[in-house]
Design a protein around this ligand. Sequence first.
Ligand code: SF4
Ligand code: SF4
Length: 384
Amino acid sequence: MGTHQVYVMPCADYGQTEAALRNTLERMGGMERFVKPGERILLKVNLLRPAPPESAVCTHPAVAAAVAALVREAGGTPVIADSPGGALQKESVLRHLYEKTGMARAAAQSGAELSFDTSARLVSLPRGRALRQAEVIAPAAEADGVFDLCKMKTHVLMGMTGAVKNSFGIIPGLSKVGFHGSHPDRQDFADVVLDLTEFLAPRLSIMDGVLAMEGEGPGASGTPRRVGLLLASESPLALDAAAAELMGLPRASNPLLLAAQRRGLTPNRAEDVELVGGSWDRLRIPDYRFPANVRRDLMEFLGPLAGPAKGLCKALLSQTPRIAPERCVGCGICRKACPGRAITLEGGRARIHPGSCIRCYCCHELCPQKAVALKRGLLGRLLN
Ligand code: SF4
Ligand code: SF4
Protein backbone atom coordinates (compact mmCIF):
# COMPACT_ATOMS: atom_id res chain seq x y z
CA MET A 1 0.00 0.00 0.00
CA GLY A 2 2.57 2.63 -1.06
CA THR A 3 5.44 4.24 0.75
CA HIS A 4 5.62 4.55 4.51
CA GLN A 5 6.02 8.30 4.82
CA VAL A 6 3.36 10.43 6.47
CA TYR A 7 3.49 14.18 5.96
CA VAL A 8 2.22 16.30 8.82
CA MET A 9 0.84 19.79 8.22
CA PRO A 10 0.01 22.15 11.09
CA CYS A 11 -3.25 23.85 10.08
CA ALA A 12 -4.80 25.96 12.80
CA ASP A 13 -7.99 26.66 10.87
CA TYR A 14 -9.63 25.63 7.62
CA GLY A 15 -8.67 28.92 5.95
CA GLN A 16 -5.10 27.57 5.77
CA THR A 17 -6.04 24.24 4.19
CA GLU A 18 -5.22 24.96 0.56
CA ALA A 19 -1.83 26.56 1.33
CA ALA A 20 -0.87 23.67 3.61
CA LEU A 21 -1.89 21.01 1.08
CA ARG A 22 -0.28 22.81 -1.85
CA ASN A 23 3.01 23.03 0.03
CA THR A 24 2.91 19.37 1.06
CA LEU A 25 1.95 18.09 -2.38
CA GLU A 26 4.98 19.93 -3.78
CA ARG A 27 7.17 18.14 -1.26
CA MET A 28 5.58 14.85 -2.27
CA GLY A 29 6.62 15.46 -5.88
CA GLY A 30 3.68 17.50 -7.15
CA MET A 31 0.08 16.60 -7.90
CA GLU A 32 1.23 15.46 -11.35
CA ARG A 33 2.62 12.34 -9.64
CA PHE A 34 -0.91 11.37 -8.60
CA VAL A 35 -3.10 12.65 -11.46
CA LYS A 36 -2.70 12.43 -15.23
CA PRO A 37 -4.54 14.92 -17.46
CA GLY A 38 -8.02 13.72 -18.35
CA GLU A 39 -8.36 11.31 -15.41
CA ARG A 40 -11.45 11.22 -13.24
CA ILE A 41 -10.38 11.18 -9.60
CA LEU A 42 -12.82 10.06 -6.92
CA LEU A 43 -12.51 12.20 -3.80
CA LYS A 44 -13.80 9.65 -1.29
CA VAL A 45 -14.85 11.90 1.56
CA ASN A 46 -16.33 10.63 4.82
CA LEU A 47 -19.99 11.71 4.78
CA LEU A 48 -21.36 9.45 7.49
CA ARG A 49 -24.58 11.43 7.80
CA PRO A 50 -25.95 14.86 6.88
CA ALA A 51 -24.14 16.77 9.62
CA PRO A 52 -22.72 20.31 9.44
CA PRO A 53 -18.94 20.84 9.25
CA GLU A 54 -18.69 22.18 12.82
CA SER A 55 -19.96 18.85 14.21
CA ALA A 56 -16.74 17.15 12.99
CA VAL A 57 -18.76 14.13 11.82
CA CYS A 58 -17.72 14.48 8.16
CA THR A 59 -14.63 15.46 6.21
CA HIS A 60 -14.58 19.26 6.16
CA PRO A 61 -15.62 20.81 2.82
CA ALA A 62 -12.52 23.04 2.84
CA VAL A 63 -10.36 19.91 2.54
CA ALA A 64 -12.41 18.58 -0.38
CA ALA A 65 -12.36 21.99 -2.11
CA ALA A 66 -8.59 22.39 -1.71
CA VAL A 67 -7.81 18.91 -3.04
CA ALA A 68 -10.29 19.36 -5.90
CA ALA A 69 -8.62 22.62 -6.94
CA LEU A 70 -5.21 20.89 -7.02
CA VAL A 71 -6.60 17.97 -9.05
CA ARG A 72 -8.08 20.38 -11.58
CA GLU A 73 -4.77 22.24 -11.88
CA ALA A 74 -3.13 18.91 -12.74
CA GLY A 75 -5.67 18.38 -15.53
CA GLY A 76 -7.92 15.87 -13.73
CA THR A 77 -11.63 15.93 -12.97
CA PRO A 78 -12.36 15.64 -9.24
CA VAL A 79 -15.58 13.79 -8.36
CA ILE A 80 -16.88 14.01 -4.78
CA ALA A 81 -18.82 10.92 -3.66
CA ASP A 82 -19.75 8.83 -0.64
CA SER A 83 -22.66 6.75 0.51
CA PRO A 84 -23.99 7.66 3.96
CA GLY A 85 -24.94 5.08 6.56
CA GLY A 86 -28.51 4.16 7.41
CA ALA A 87 -30.11 5.63 4.28
CA LEU A 88 -31.18 4.50 0.85
CA GLN A 89 -28.84 5.37 -2.00
CA LYS A 90 -31.21 7.91 -3.60
CA GLU A 91 -30.58 11.19 -5.39
CA SER A 92 -32.67 13.17 -2.88
CA VAL A 93 -30.65 11.64 -0.01
CA LEU A 94 -27.37 12.62 -1.68
CA ARG A 95 -28.60 16.15 -2.43
CA HIS A 96 -29.53 16.69 1.23
CA LEU A 97 -26.21 15.15 2.32
CA TYR A 98 -24.12 17.44 0.09
CA GLU A 99 -26.02 20.53 1.23
CA LYS A 100 -25.80 19.82 4.96
CA THR A 101 -22.13 18.80 4.92
CA GLY A 102 -21.04 21.82 2.87
CA MET A 103 -19.91 19.64 -0.04
CA ALA A 104 -22.29 21.42 -2.46
CA ARG A 105 -20.52 24.71 -1.69
CA ALA A 106 -17.08 23.06 -1.90
CA ALA A 107 -17.92 21.69 -5.35
CA ALA A 108 -19.23 25.06 -6.57
CA GLN A 109 -16.07 26.83 -5.34
CA SER A 110 -13.56 24.35 -6.71
CA GLY A 111 -15.22 23.09 -9.88
CA ALA A 112 -15.50 19.53 -8.56
CA GLU A 113 -18.34 17.28 -9.69
CA LEU A 114 -20.78 15.99 -7.11
CA SER A 115 -21.80 12.43 -7.91
CA PHE A 116 -25.53 11.72 -7.97
CA ASP A 117 -25.02 8.30 -9.51
CA THR A 118 -27.02 5.97 -7.27
CA SER A 119 -26.22 2.78 -9.16
CA ALA A 120 -23.93 0.02 -7.91
CA ARG A 121 -21.37 -2.21 -9.63
CA LEU A 122 -20.37 -5.73 -8.72
CA VAL A 123 -16.58 -5.81 -8.48
CA SER A 124 -14.25 -8.70 -7.77
CA LEU A 125 -11.75 -8.55 -4.94
CA PRO A 126 -9.10 -11.08 -5.95
CA ARG A 127 -6.94 -10.33 -2.89
CA GLY A 128 -9.88 -10.29 -0.48
CA ARG A 129 -9.82 -12.38 2.69
CA ALA A 130 -13.42 -11.83 3.78
CA LEU A 131 -14.92 -10.87 0.40
CA ARG A 132 -14.26 -12.21 -3.08
CA GLN A 133 -16.68 -9.73 -4.63
CA ALA A 134 -18.82 -6.81 -3.51
CA GLU A 135 -21.38 -4.34 -4.83
CA VAL A 136 -19.92 -0.86 -4.53
CA ILE A 137 -21.15 2.59 -5.53
CA ALA A 138 -20.57 3.24 -9.23
CA PRO A 139 -18.19 6.22 -8.80
CA ALA A 140 -15.82 3.97 -6.82
CA ALA A 141 -15.81 1.32 -9.53
CA GLU A 142 -15.46 3.70 -12.44
CA ALA A 143 -12.89 6.27 -11.26
CA ASP A 144 -9.44 6.27 -12.84
CA GLY A 145 -7.96 6.92 -9.40
CA VAL A 146 -9.06 7.43 -5.80
CA PHE A 147 -8.06 9.97 -3.15
CA ASP A 148 -9.11 8.97 0.37
CA LEU A 149 -10.12 12.17 2.23
CA CYS A 150 -10.84 10.87 5.71
CA LYS A 151 -11.56 12.39 9.10
CA MET A 152 -9.66 11.91 12.36
CA LYS A 153 -12.34 10.46 14.65
CA THR A 154 -12.87 7.98 17.41
CA HIS A 155 -15.15 5.00 16.72
CA VAL A 156 -17.02 2.99 19.33
CA LEU A 157 -16.69 -0.28 17.37
CA MET A 158 -13.30 0.15 15.66
CA GLY A 159 -11.40 2.42 18.08
CA MET A 160 -10.77 5.03 15.43
CA THR A 161 -11.94 5.82 11.93
CA GLY A 162 -9.38 7.16 9.51
CA ALA A 163 -8.18 6.25 6.03
CA VAL A 164 -8.87 2.50 6.12
CA LYS A 165 -12.34 2.64 7.68
CA ASN A 166 -13.34 5.36 5.19
CA SER A 167 -13.42 2.74 2.44
CA PHE A 168 -16.50 1.08 3.98
CA GLY A 169 -18.50 4.05 2.64
CA ILE A 170 -18.30 2.65 -0.91
CA ILE A 171 -20.85 -0.01 0.11
CA PRO A 172 -24.17 1.46 -1.04
CA GLY A 173 -26.51 2.84 1.60
CA LEU A 174 -28.39 0.25 3.59
CA SER A 175 -26.32 -2.64 2.15
CA LYS A 176 -23.83 -1.75 4.89
CA VAL A 177 -26.28 -3.21 7.39
CA GLY A 178 -25.83 -6.67 5.86
CA PHE A 179 -22.05 -6.58 6.36
CA HIS A 180 -22.44 -5.75 10.04
CA GLY A 181 -24.89 -8.63 10.33
CA SER A 182 -22.72 -11.16 8.50
CA HIS A 183 -19.48 -10.07 10.26
CA PRO A 184 -20.53 -9.12 13.82
CA ASP A 185 -17.08 -9.81 15.30
CA ARG A 186 -14.95 -6.69 14.98
CA GLN A 187 -11.90 -8.60 13.76
CA ASP A 188 -13.97 -10.18 10.98
CA PHE A 189 -15.48 -6.81 10.16
CA ALA A 190 -11.97 -5.34 10.03
CA ASP A 191 -11.15 -7.89 7.32
CA VAL A 192 -14.15 -6.71 5.28
CA VAL A 193 -13.00 -3.09 5.54
CA LEU A 194 -9.42 -3.97 4.68
CA ASP A 195 -10.58 -5.88 1.58
CA LEU A 196 -12.42 -2.75 0.43
CA THR A 197 -9.35 -0.60 1.10
CA GLU A 198 -7.22 -2.93 -1.00
CA PHE A 199 -9.78 -2.70 -3.78
CA LEU A 200 -9.88 1.10 -3.67
CA ALA A 201 -6.08 1.35 -3.46
CA PRO A 202 -6.12 5.11 -2.93
CA ARG A 203 -3.24 6.92 -4.59
CA LEU A 204 -3.27 9.51 -1.87
CA SER A 205 -4.81 9.55 1.60
CA ILE A 206 -5.38 12.82 3.44
CA MET A 207 -6.69 13.02 6.99
CA ASP A 208 -8.66 16.02 8.22
CA GLY A 209 -7.57 16.48 11.83
CA VAL A 210 -8.05 20.24 11.94
CA LEU A 211 -11.30 19.85 13.85
CA ALA A 212 -11.14 16.19 14.86
CA MET A 213 -13.54 14.12 16.98
CA GLU A 214 -12.92 12.49 20.36
CA GLY A 215 -15.11 10.69 22.88
CA GLU A 216 -18.04 8.55 21.74
CA GLY A 217 -17.50 8.91 17.98
CA PRO A 218 -18.03 8.61 15.10
CA GLY A 219 -21.50 10.22 15.02
CA ALA A 220 -23.44 12.91 16.86
CA SER A 221 -22.41 11.52 20.27
CA GLY A 222 -18.74 12.32 19.63
CA THR A 223 -17.14 15.61 20.70
CA PRO A 224 -15.33 17.94 18.28
CA ARG A 225 -11.72 18.54 19.28
CA ARG A 226 -9.49 21.18 17.73
CA VAL A 227 -6.24 19.38 16.89
CA GLY A 228 -4.99 21.60 14.06
CA LEU A 229 -3.36 18.94 11.88
CA LEU A 230 -3.65 17.61 8.36
CA LEU A 231 -1.85 14.35 7.52
CA ALA A 232 -1.07 12.96 4.06
CA SER A 233 0.42 9.72 2.81
CA GLU A 234 0.52 7.44 -0.21
CA SER A 235 -0.40 4.62 2.17
CA PRO A 236 -3.73 4.54 4.05
CA LEU A 237 -2.18 2.10 6.52
CA ALA A 238 0.74 4.42 7.23
CA LEU A 239 -1.67 7.29 7.71
CA ASP A 240 -3.78 5.34 10.22
CA ALA A 241 -0.73 4.00 12.06
CA ALA A 242 0.58 7.55 12.45
CA ALA A 243 -2.80 8.95 13.50
CA ALA A 244 -3.33 6.15 16.04
CA GLU A 245 0.07 6.90 17.55
CA LEU A 246 -0.62 10.64 17.74
CA MET A 247 -4.05 10.05 19.28
CA GLY A 248 -2.69 7.42 21.71
CA LEU A 249 -5.09 4.62 20.71
CA PRO A 250 -4.06 1.31 22.35
CA ARG A 251 -3.06 -1.24 19.73
CA ALA A 252 -5.47 -3.85 21.08
CA SER A 253 -8.30 -1.41 20.35
CA ASN A 254 -7.31 -0.97 16.71
CA PRO A 255 -8.74 -4.01 14.87
CA LEU A 256 -7.97 -2.56 11.44
CA LEU A 257 -4.23 -2.36 12.05
CA LEU A 258 -4.32 -5.78 13.73
CA ALA A 259 -6.02 -7.19 10.61
CA ALA A 260 -3.26 -5.65 8.50
CA GLN A 261 -0.66 -7.26 10.77
CA ARG A 262 -2.31 -10.69 10.39
CA ARG A 263 -2.08 -10.33 6.60
CA GLY A 264 1.52 -9.15 6.70
CA LEU A 265 0.56 -5.76 5.25
CA THR A 266 2.90 -2.96 6.21
CA PRO A 267 3.17 -0.58 7.79
CA ASN A 268 0.83 -1.44 10.60
CA ARG A 269 2.81 0.20 13.41
CA ALA A 270 4.03 3.74 13.97
CA GLU A 271 7.63 2.42 14.32
CA ASP A 272 7.56 1.61 10.61
CA VAL A 273 6.33 5.06 9.60
CA GLU A 274 8.55 8.03 8.83
CA LEU A 275 6.90 11.22 10.02
CA VAL A 276 7.81 14.12 7.72
CA GLY A 277 7.38 17.67 8.96
CA GLY A 278 7.36 17.09 12.71
CA SER A 279 8.40 14.77 15.53
CA TRP A 280 6.24 12.25 17.37
CA ASP A 281 7.04 13.83 20.72
CA ARG A 282 6.03 17.30 19.63
CA LEU A 283 2.88 16.23 17.83
CA ARG A 284 1.35 13.65 20.19
CA ILE A 285 -2.10 14.90 21.17
CA PRO A 286 -2.42 15.06 24.97
CA ASP A 287 -5.35 13.36 26.70
CA TYR A 288 -7.23 12.35 23.57
CA ARG A 289 -10.54 10.97 24.80
CA PHE A 290 -11.62 7.59 23.45
CA PRO A 291 -14.97 5.79 23.76
CA ALA A 292 -15.57 4.37 27.24
CA ASN A 293 -14.84 0.82 26.01
CA VAL A 294 -11.29 1.81 24.99
CA ARG A 295 -9.18 1.84 28.11
CA ARG A 296 -5.46 1.34 27.96
CA ASP A 297 -5.29 -0.39 31.35
CA LEU A 298 -8.08 -2.84 30.43
CA MET A 299 -6.43 -3.64 27.13
CA GLU A 300 -3.15 -4.35 28.88
CA PHE A 301 -5.02 -6.54 31.36
CA LEU A 302 -6.69 -8.48 28.54
CA GLY A 303 -3.56 -8.78 26.43
CA PRO A 304 -1.98 -11.87 28.08
CA LEU A 305 -5.31 -13.69 28.41
CA ALA A 306 -6.23 -16.24 25.79
CA GLY A 307 -9.14 -18.39 24.62
CA PRO A 308 -12.36 -18.61 26.66
CA ALA A 309 -11.07 -16.37 29.47
CA LYS A 310 -10.42 -13.56 27.03
CA GLY A 311 -13.79 -14.09 25.34
CA LEU A 312 -15.61 -13.98 28.68
CA CYS A 313 -13.83 -10.80 29.76
CA LYS A 314 -14.62 -9.14 26.43
CA ALA A 315 -18.28 -10.11 26.74
CA LEU A 316 -18.40 -8.67 30.27
CA LEU A 317 -16.70 -5.49 29.06
CA SER A 318 -18.80 -4.89 25.96
CA GLN A 319 -21.33 -2.10 26.06
CA THR A 320 -25.08 -2.37 25.52
CA PRO A 321 -27.08 0.25 23.59
CA ARG A 322 -29.95 1.88 25.48
CA ILE A 323 -32.51 4.40 24.21
CA ALA A 324 -32.84 7.67 26.11
CA PRO A 325 -36.61 8.16 25.59
CA GLU A 326 -36.53 11.85 26.43
CA ARG A 327 -34.22 12.46 23.46
CA CYS A 328 -35.73 10.04 20.95
CA VAL A 329 -37.95 11.68 18.30
CA GLY A 330 -38.98 8.40 16.67
CA CYS A 331 -37.31 9.13 13.31
CA GLY A 332 -36.59 5.44 12.72
CA ILE A 333 -33.04 5.90 11.40
CA CYS A 334 -31.69 3.44 13.96
CA ARG A 335 -34.32 0.85 13.08
CA LYS A 336 -33.41 0.96 9.38
CA ALA A 337 -29.71 0.63 10.19
CA CYS A 338 -30.04 -2.23 12.68
CA PRO A 339 -28.62 -5.49 11.25
CA GLY A 340 -30.03 -7.52 14.13
CA ARG A 341 -33.60 -6.24 13.59
CA ALA A 342 -33.40 -5.50 17.28
CA ILE A 343 -35.19 -2.14 17.18
CA THR A 344 -38.89 -1.43 16.97
CA LEU A 345 -40.77 1.86 17.14
CA GLU A 346 -43.37 1.91 19.84
CA GLY A 347 -45.43 4.94 20.82
CA GLY A 348 -43.23 7.16 18.67
CA ARG A 349 -40.02 6.03 20.41
CA ALA A 350 -37.37 3.48 19.54
CA ARG A 351 -37.10 0.34 21.65
CA ILE A 352 -34.14 -2.05 21.62
CA HIS A 353 -34.69 -5.78 22.13
CA PRO A 354 -31.39 -6.87 23.71
CA GLY A 355 -31.74 -10.54 22.75
CA SER A 356 -31.39 -9.67 19.06
CA CYS A 357 -28.66 -7.04 19.44
CA ILE A 358 -25.25 -7.95 17.96
CA ARG A 359 -23.57 -4.84 19.43
CA CYS A 360 -22.50 -3.28 16.18
CA TYR A 361 -23.40 0.20 17.54
CA CYS A 362 -24.79 1.40 14.19
CA CYS A 363 -27.76 2.86 16.10
CA HIS A 364 -25.42 4.89 18.30
CA GLU A 365 -23.38 5.97 15.29
CA LEU A 366 -26.31 7.19 13.22
CA CYS A 367 -28.80 8.61 15.72
CA PRO A 368 -28.91 12.36 15.06
CA GLN A 369 -30.40 13.10 18.50
CA LYS A 370 -27.77 11.42 20.72
CA ALA A 371 -30.65 9.27 21.93
CA VAL A 372 -28.67 6.01 21.98
CA ALA A 373 -26.49 5.71 25.05
CA LEU A 374 -24.01 2.90 25.61
CA LYS A 375 -24.15 1.20 28.98
CA ARG A 376 -20.87 -0.27 30.19
CA GLY A 377 -20.61 -4.01 30.64
CA LEU A 378 -20.49 -5.51 34.13
CA LEU A 379 -16.69 -5.77 34.24
CA GLY A 380 -16.30 -2.23 32.93
CA ARG A 381 -18.63 -0.92 35.64
CA LEU A 382 -16.80 -2.83 38.38
CA LEU A 383 -13.41 -1.60 37.23
CA ASN A 384 -14.64 1.96 37.06
S1 SF4 B 1 -33.09 6.55 18.85
FE1 SF4 B 1 -32.40 8.20 17.51
S2 SF4 B 1 -32.36 7.31 15.47
FE2 SF4 B 1 -33.63 5.96 16.76
S3 SF4 B 1 -35.71 6.68 16.44
FE3 SF4 B 1 -34.92 7.72 18.26
S4 SF4 B 1 -34.07 9.66 17.50
FE4 SF4 B 1 -34.35 8.32 15.70
S1 SF4 C 1 -29.60 -2.38 18.49
FE1 SF4 C 1 -27.94 -1.07 17.79
S2 SF4 C 1 -26.07 -2.15 18.45
FE2 SF4 C 1 -27.77 -3.63 18.55
S3 SF4 C 1 -27.71 -4.68 16.56
FE3 SF4 C 1 -29.15 -2.97 16.38
S4 SF4 C 1 -27.94 -1.28 15.56
FE4 SF4 C 1 -26.49 -2.81 16.33
